[in-house]
Design a protein around this ligand. Structure first.
Ligand code: FES
Ligand SMILES: [Fe+2]
Length: 359
């Protein structure tokens, strides 16, 4: 008898990625890109990133046009990138500068140079139609409260999920999961049902989720006089296919179970970038409007964020591992309304790009 677990072939054959391409995505954090070559796959494309001697960041196609050697394994000489395999050399605009064995340079021997813009501590890339790249469309960092007065911003790092971007967007656009996944199991049996509301606000789908919750040790570390129960308000805004702004406001709770004075707000801009059809980079920042000069709370903040992030990562990777090409959502509930609307917006963007390419 064969005891091997059979994997349905449909689970092995996952699709070629379909993402809206004509948008800005974060390719890397500023500090990840320097004078060492960084190989990274973005929206299914192999890229290589580095900084010129002037500090200018560069993103080029990452496979040598000669024999497809990964250029992340090449060598930088000044601003020139030399392929390690046969020594063909490229400049930062992607032009071929030298072929060691001949004088002439075929037109096909060049790399693609992708628009790359540094904003806050992120490098935003455009891999869509080059003539449509408009850097004014990069999300506004002030709106995210990154680098704004009265707020203290932290760069929480780069993370890679073995799961498709859709799962991350679903996760962020329904923050009612926080009470189930990130609090002790069973909490939702004891708290009032969270109120969930989705609306189109300033042209962005926004979902708010709110309810009183017991103040745990972490909440008491941040807000020592918060009492035993606080009123928590979450909101998530779909800013672009590569960015979701998650906001967590903690309030005192009034005697009638309504929100009272705000104790503080944390904003978590989540920059999401597809790597492949089934893997995603997350560049996560965090900014707060309380205790902005008190860095002693930051280790606790970071520890809490990493725990939450890994709980999300484990959940999404588990779903991905049991999912085939199309995710089958057999049941949706009211709390999914915002996430479903965002999915529709993204599907329409993909369809519009496909139609434009076909036309
Ligand atoms: S593969 Fe790069 S020079 Fe040959
Ligand atoms: Fe989560």
């Amino acid at each position: 008898m064969n005891n091997r677990t059979e994997t349905p072939s449909s689970r092995l054959e996952k699709p070629v990625a379909m993402f809206p391409k004509n948008h800005w995505y974060v390719a890397a954090r500023s500090k990840e890109v320097g004078r060492e070559l960084l190989a990274r796959k973005i929206l299914g494309k192999d890229l290589v990133l580095y900084r010129c001697e002037s500090g200018e960041p560069v993103a080029l196609s990452g496979l040598c046009p000669h024999r497809q050697f990964p250029l992340g394994k090449g060598t930088l000489f000044g601003d020139e990138l030399e392929c390690r395999y046969h020594g063909i050399t490229f400049g930062p605009s992607g032009e071929c500068l030298r072929i060691p064995t001949q004088e002439s340079i075929p037109a096909s021997c060049r790399l693609t140079n992708y628009p790359l813009v540094e904003k806050w501590e992120w490098l935003w890339i455009w891999v869509g139609e080059p003539e449509l790249a408009d850097s004014t469309a990069i999300p506004d960092m002030n709106d995210l409260r990154l680098g704004e007065e009265g707020w203290r911003a932290m760069d929480n790092g780069t993370f890679r999920f073995e799961s498709r971007i859709q799962l991350s967007i679903d996760n962020l656009m329904d923050l009612s999961h926080v009470y189930a996944l990130h609090f002790p199991a069973g909490l939702m049996r004891d708290i009032p049902p969270p109120k969930v509301h989705s609306e189109l606000h300033n042209n962005r789908w926004t979902v708010t989720t709110e309810t009183p919750v017991p103040a745990d040790e972490f909440t008491k570390t941040l807000f020592p006089d918060c009492g035993d129960v606080v009123y928590s308000k979450f909101s998530s805004e779909f800013v672009s296919p590569g960015l979701v702004k998650a906001v967590i406001s903690t309030h005192r709770m009034n005697a009638d179970f309504t929100p009272g004075e705000e104790l503080g707000t944390l904003i978590f801009p989540h920059a999401l970038t597809p790597e492949t059809a089934t893997s995603t980079f997350l560049f996560m920042a965090e900014t707060r409007n309380f205790s902005i000069h008190d860095t002693s709370i930051e280790p606790a903040l970071l520890e809490s964020n990493m725990r939450i992030l890994h709980e999300d990562m484990e959940a999404l990777e588990l779903i991905e591992s049991h999912t085939s090409a199309e995710i089958e959502y057999i049941t949706s509930v009211r709390a999914d309304a915002g996430a479903l609307r965002v999915k529709k917006v993204i599907d329409e963007m993909i369809a519009a790009e496909s139609a434009a390419n076909a036309g």
